[in-house]
Each structure stands twice: as structure tokens, then as C-alpha cells.
Design a protein around this ligand. Structure first.
Ligand code: ADP
Ligand code: ADP
Length: 215
């Protein structure tokens, strides 16, 4: 049976950073809904063009579009053993759709680490976030700087600051998260799957707490 881990937490909590490491350590695929949207945007596909306005405004892309995209991604062979879900689900309807998809794929959600970080810290993290153009590797100008400024350590590609990481859009995204995603915390707590992690610790400390949680 496939093992699926859902990472919950506000924008800037460290989901992408930790999903990268967890994927290496567990061998499970890393599925980032935001990365898939950004790849589609770069390639100017129909999906990318549709998502663009919502992303730039800091709003969620509609559920039907997002669910169809993740359904297709999870049906690929590299997800058969399971996956680390980073950024999906983000609404109750997406959580419901995920449980239906996994039932069909003979998989289940085995753990839901919730990385909690207060809003003031999130703003500091997102305003210093640098993202790799080629594969979405994540850096921070202060907390996790690349060896050479502006260049990805992993693949040598250019680092850029995301359009939606500017302060006004970040505030909007945090509000959207509080409004639409926080109900999932209770949902997974009631299902006995939630593990709360203090996301204000160092990147390494959060990784070790996560590894304990998902073992
Ligand atoms: P999310 O995917 O939840 O939005 P990211 O993984 O992209 O979060 O992290 C947001 C920013 O904070 C990045 O610049 C990242 O380097 C930095 N970061 C991640 N985890 C930590 C941490 N534990 N301490 C300090 N900075 C962190
Ligand atoms: P962060 O890492 O800062 O939490 P993401 O990269 O996950 O941000 O998401 C960036 C944007 O992509 C979101 O603001 C939203 O517009 C869109 N998006 C990503 N995941 C979802 C989702 N599950 N449902 C709807 N929209 C999403």
C-alpha cells in the first residue's frame, strides 16, 4: 500500500525545504502543487495561463483545476509507493478528493506533519526566499544562503525572487491560508494523523523532528 505524507503549514513554514530532504531520505516522490503550477506558467500551457492570475493575486487556484492536476500527477508510476505532498490539499474539498484518489490507488495518508510558524517569522522568511529557476530548489539570503549569491548550489541555475513573495501578496496568502487551509488541521487531528512540529527551529532540527514523526 502506498504511503502518502501530507505536509501542512502556512506559506513560508518550510514545507518545500523539508519535502526535498524527506524525499531524499525516504525515496518517496516530492509533489509540490506550487512547483507544478510554476512549471506550467513557464511553459505557458493552458493550465499555466489559467493559474497565473490567481497565483499573482495570492489566491488559490480553483479546486476542480487543482484536483485534476494532482490526480494526473499521482497516477504516474513514481507515486505508486507513495509521495510527500507539499502544498496539496489546501481546502476541505481537496482533502476529500485526495482520500478518494488514494482509495482508488490503493494508498493512504499515513502522517500529516503540521509545521507551525507565527506570521511575523513567515514574512521575514518569504521576503528573503530565493528560488531556483530550473528545479525550484529553495534558499534564503540569511537563513540558508547559496555558496555563490544568485546561483543554485544543486544545478547552477539562476536564483530569483518569486513575484508572490512581495509583502502585500504574502499578507494576502497568509489570510487565504487562515481562512481556507486551517480547517484541515482539525480534520487530520480528528483522524489521528496530525503531528505538530515547531517550525521556528533550525532547518536541521525541523528535519529530525519530521523524520521521527513519519517513521
Ligand atoms: P514553504 O514551502 O512552506 O512556503 P519554504 O520551504 O519555501 O516554505 O521556506 C520559506 C523560506 O524560509 C525559504 O527561504 C527557506 O530557505 C527558509 N526556511 C525554511 N525553513 C527554515 C527554518 N527552519 N529556519 C529558517 N529559515 C527557513
Ligand atoms: P508556498 O510554498 O509559499 O506555500 P506554493 O508554491 O505552495 O506557495 O503556492 C503558490 C501558489 O500556487 C498559491 O498561492 C496558489 O495560488 C497556487 N497553489 C498551490 N497549491 C495550491 C492548491 N493546493 N490549491 C490551490 N492553489 C494552489
Amino acid at each position: 500500500m502506498g504511503k502518502y505524507i501530507v505536509l501542512l503549514g502556512p506559506p513560508g513554514a518550510g514545507k518545500g525545504t523539508q519535502a526535498e530532504v524527506l524525499s531524499e531520505k525516504t525515496g518517496l516522490a516530492h509533489i509540490s502543487s506550487g512547483d507544478i503550477f510554476r512549471e506550467n506558467l513557464k511553459a505557458q500551457t493552458e493550465l499555466g495561463k489559467l493559474a497565473q492570475g490567481f497565483m499573482n493575486r495570492g489566491e488559490l487556484v480553483p479546486d476542480d483545476v487543482t484536483i485534476a492536476m494532482i490526480r494526473e500527477r499521482l497516477s504516474r508510476p513514481d507515486c505508486k509507493a507513495g509521495a510527500i505532498l507539499d502544498g496539496f490539499p489546501r481546502t476541505p474539498a481537496q482533502a476529500q478528493a485526495l482520500s478518494e484518489m488514494l482509495a482508488q490507488l490503493d494508498g493512504k495518508v499515513v502522517s500529516v506533519p503540521y509545521i507551525s510558524v507565527p506570521p511575523a517569522v513567515l514574512i521575514e522568511r518569504l521576503s528573503g526566499r530565493w528560488t531556483c529557476r530550473a528545479q525550484g530548489h529553495i534558499y534564503h539570503s540569511q537563513f540558508h544562503p547559496p555558496v555563490k549569491a544568485g546561483v543554485c548550489d544543486e544545478d547552477g541555475s539562476e536564483l530569483y525572487q518569486r513575484e508572490d513573495d512581495q509583502p502585500a501578496t504574502v499578507e494576502r496568502r497568509i489570510r487565504v491560508y487562515l481562512d481556507q487551509t486551517t480547517p484541515l488541521i482539525d480534520h487530520y487531528r480528528q483522524a489521528g494523523l496530525l503531528v505538530e512540529i515547531d517550525g521556528t527551529q533550525s532547518i536541521e532540527q525541523v528535519t529530525s523532528a519530521l523524520l521521527t514523526a513519519v517513521e
